[in-house]
Design a protein around this ligand. Structure first.
Ligand code: DGY
Length: 458
């Protein structure tokens, strides 16, 4: 870490600059927004990742970040993927599009879907890395009941089959919005049956492409479908028993579920330390079930774990080579034989071993697009999960440690040479002086991951 003091200062400064105070229902909340240029609200998994970096800088701010997030929890336990700042208008869709305020406290406005459930992992990380015992206790008293209610909600509504894998109902819930993993399902939503009022709403109000190159963002057709799903869920009165059955997009996502596995382990660990042992055992059991189920999604023929399209009774595996296939490492779900295959693929220069690894889609895939969001660019957060996952297998294979160190140093260099971008072009084509950064700059999450990586190196 001593080698990069300037870089660390820059990361801290970004988190400081992106901090806002939001007052809702007479209460004030501190938040670090993902980007002041566009992502001006609070996102569940960004916020969790940001808090994990911030705890190394300012413990109180890190705790506040998560306390502010759980304030948006619904009475049924759902923690929505966006907690809106009522004073901001830069983002689309706006808060009022969701019509969900009746589910929250104090008039807090939120979306109606969730994000990869990184929250318990962040809460555990904060408790492990903060030093002030009293602040930890205060934090735990607020957050632990929310975490349990959130996990219970996910298990109850998103795993009605009790198979160990949760169902996501919207591409935004995956966090990897326009991943080619979702193409075949989304194509089934016929654009002709999407009402023209929805298309007009998107055409008139979509904002991301006003601030940024549209080549780097999801397409117009993607957005028609994203908003169509929201309108559908609204028509179903946000009744998740029906949404899960009726949505035209229902997937057992291996990326989301790998985080779910780890989140249950984290929640069990927090309960062992601060709460009820029986409850701890319950979440530990859920983690084990998910781990087994993830292992079983492996396709030997394709040498990868596969998402399962479960839309309206389907049981169709999805085989697309993306960075999601490394996520079961993070969940500890990988057998020895699977590990050999994963390490091989991670080291192949025509697949995932690029100048700035790990690309979100393998570069030899027909779907690879080096500029476009989750269809090719490298994301620091995904690298973080893969690095943490690899570390779990240190003792299993002589190359693992080396690979984890290599990925760590390439991720740090990627940010050091290009800046704190949202995502990065994974290929260096020799164009000198040109940044490989894509998406929005001064991105909080990238700053937070860098801080974590530097501290982990220390
Ligand atoms: C976006 O707007 O890009 C988000 O990923 C949706 O939450």
């Amino acid at each position: 870490m001593q080698n990069y003091p300037g870089l660390l200062d820059e990361a801290k400064e970004i988190l400081q600059r992106n901090t806002v105070t939001v007052t809702v229902g007479g209460k004030s909340y501190e938040r670090i927004v993902p980007s002041k240029d566009y992502y001006v609200h609070q996102w569940l998994w960004d916020s969790a990742g940001i808090a994990m970096g911030q705890v190394h800088v300012n413990e109180e701010d890190a705790f506040n970040e998560l306390v502010s997030l759980v304030a948006g929890q619904w009475s049924n336990g759902l923690i929505p993927h966006i907690i809106y700042n009522p004073n901001e208008t830069r983002y689309y869709p706006p808060a009022d599009q969701w019509q969900t305020t009746r589910f929250t406290k104090n008039g807090i406005k939120t979306s109606g879907i969730t994000d990869p459930p990184l929250l318990a992992i962040a809460a555990e990380y904060l408790c492990a890395n903060a030093s002030d015992e009293q602040k930890k206790r205060d934090f735990i008293n607020i957050v632990l009941p929310s975490l349990m209610a959130y996990h219970d909600y996910l298990k109850r509504y998103r795993d009605p089959e009790d198979c160990g894998l949760l169902t996501i109902v919207h591409p935004w819930e995956s966090g990897t919005d326009n991943s080619p993993r979702w193409d075949s399902i989304l194509k089934r939503i016929d654009l002709n049956m999407i009402p023209t009022s929805i298309k007009a709403n998107v055409d008139m109000n979509r904002k991301d492409i006003r601030y940024q190159d549209s080549q780097e963002r999801p397409t117009e057709e993607d957005y028609y479908r994203y908003i169509y799903l929201i309108e559908l869920f609204k028509d179903l009165s946000w009744d998740y028993t029906r949404i899960v059955q009726e949505t035209p997009f229902a997937v057992k996502d291996i990326f989301f579920n790998s985080i779910w596995e780890r989140a249950n382990e984290a929640l069990a660990a927090l309960l062992h330390q601060y709460g009820d042992q029986e409850e701890a055992n319950k979440y530990q059991r859920w983690a084990e079930e998910t781990r087994r189920a993830l292992t079983n999604t492996w396709s030997e023929a394709n040498r990868q774990y596969c998402d399962i399209d479960v839309t309206q009774g389907n049981q169709q595996v999805i085989v697309v080579p993306t960075n999601a296939l490394f996520m079961p490492l993070y969940a500890g779900a990988v057998t020895d034989q699977q590990l050999d295959s994963l390490l091989h693929r991670l080291s192949q220069t025509d697949e995932f071993s690029t100048e700035y690894p790990v690309p979100s889609t393998a570069i030899n895939s027909q779907y690879f697009d080096k500029e476009c969001y989750w269809r090719g660019p490298t994301w620091p957060i995904a690298n973080y999960f893969i690095i943490e996952g690899l570390k779990k297998y240190k003792a299993k294979h002589k190359n693992v440690d080396q690979l984890a160190n290599f990925l760590t140093s390439r991720t740090i260099q990627m940010i050091r040479f290009n800046g704190f971008w949202e995502y990065f072009d994974p290929i260096d084509d020799g164009a000198s002086g040109e940044t490989k950064g894509r998406g929005f700059n001064s991105f909080s999450w990238t700053a937070a991951i860098l801080i974590q990586l530097l501290y982990a190196e220390k």
